[in-house]
Design a protein around this ligand. Sequence first.
Ligand code: SME
Length: 161
Amino acid sequence: MIDLQASGQGLDGYALLAVQLESLLADERDFVANSAQFSAFLFHELGDLNWAGLYLNKMGELVLGPFQGRVACVRIPFGRGVCGAAAQSRETQRVEDVHAFPGHIACDSASNSELVVPLVKEGELIGVLDLDSPSVGRFSVEDQAGVERLAEIFLRLTDCR
Ligand code: SME
């Protein structure tokens, strides 16, 4: 990874992560390679996460994709849990306390808050990006905007079909 702190650009937070992600994905468009890199990047750079990865839209059902963290549930129907709600509504789900979310699917008992961003490219739902944290209220409005921006970069730099 290039050292942007040392490059004098003076970026921080999500602006820095956006530039780093652009650099990380610049030379490759393969979906599995880029989504694996994206998951690892988020897991290690955001902090206070116990799971980061993708669920992919396969014939109207979410199927586990590349991720970092403990083993997880493999298939999630649209409309079920936080991921299913994001897939069905195509709206980001920012959940302060997953135990208060109706139908939440507890893949990892360590998870207490969750951010799920739908991945839509050219009108097609590719899947969802799922981030889990052991801390209640881990994800702020700023985190949501920042992660949505990172997801846009990932989609732009990746061949999805
Ligand atoms: N908790 C999610 C399921 C996926 S795991 O967190 C990896 C949900 O309710 O959709």
